[in-house]
Design a protein around this ligand. Structure first.
Ligand code: SF4
Ligand code: SF4
Length: 178
C-alpha cells in the first residue's frame, strides 16, 4: 500500500463530510444549506438534552460533607476550596464521650478551572458530591464561575434519580436516597 493511501482516504472522508454539510439535499438539489447540513447544534437557539449522567455541574449535599478535604486534595486543578471548624457533637451511645466533628464553613468550586474529570465525585467517601447534567451556567465575568456552598447545594435539585440496580447486583446504600 502506498504511503499516501491513508492520507488520500482521510481527505476523501473530509470531502464527503464537507459536501454533505454544504449540500444536504445531495446532487439532485445542489443548493448550499450549511446550517441544515451541519451536525452541530446552533446553541443557544437549539438545545440538546444531555444524558442523565452527563458531567454538567457538581452538586453538594452539605449534610453529608465532613470537610475531610479528600476531594480538594485529589483535584488535579486545585479548584475546590474548603474551610471548616471543629464542633462538639453528642456521643454516639448513652454515657459516651462528646465527639469532635468538622462543620463546613466554606465549599467553593471554581468552574473556570475545573476540567470536569470527576475525580472529586469518585473519591468522596461520604456521598456528598453528585453530577448534575445541567450545563447552562456560563457567565460574562469569569469570577462568577466560582460557585459557593449555597449554589452547589441548590444544584442538587437538578440531579436525576438513580436508575434501578440490575437484579443480583450489589445495592449501594446511599445516605441521600433520591
Ligand atoms: S471535576 Fe476534577 S477538576 Fe473539577 S473540581 Fe472535581 S476533581 Fe477538580
Ligand atoms: S465533599 Fe466528600 S471528599 Fe470532599 S470534603 Fe466533603 S466529605 Fe470530604
Amino acid at each position: 500500500m502506498s504511503i499516501l493511501a491513508p492520507y488520500i482516504k482521510g481527505l476523501g472522508v473530509t470531502a464527503r463530510t464537507a459536501m454533505r454539510t454544504m449540500f444536504p439535499g445531495g446532487l439532485k438539489r445542489p443548493i448550499p444549506q450549511p446550517s441544515k447540513g451541519a451536525v452541530t447544534v446552533q446553541y443557544p437557539h437549539e438545545k440538546e438534552t444531555p444524558t442523565d449522567r452527563a458531567r454538567g455541574v457538581i452538586s453538594l449535599v452539605e449534610d453529608n460533607c465532613t470537610a475531610c478535604m479528600l476531594c480538594s486534595r485529589s483535584c488535579p486543578d486545585w479548584c475546590i476550596y474548603i474551610e471548616g471548624h471543629k464542633v462538639k457533637a453528642p456521643p454516639r451511645r448513652a454515657g459516651g464521650k462528646a465527639r469532635n466533628v468538622n462543620k463546613l464553613d466554606r465549599f467553593d468550586i471554581d468552574y473556570a478551572l475545573c476540567m470536569y474529570c470527576g475525580i472529586c465525585v469518585e473519591v468522596c467517601p461520604f456521598e456528598a458530591l453528585f453530577w448534575s447534567p445541567e450545563y447552562e451556567y456560563s457567565e460574562p465575568r469569569i469570577a462568577d464561575l466560582l460557585h459557593d456552598k449555597t449554589r452547589l447545594v441548590e444544584w442538587h435539585e437538578t440531579v436525576p434519580d438513580f436508575e434501578e440496580y440490575e437484579s443480583g447486583s450489589q445495592q449501594k446504600v446511599l445516605k441521600v436516597p433520591r
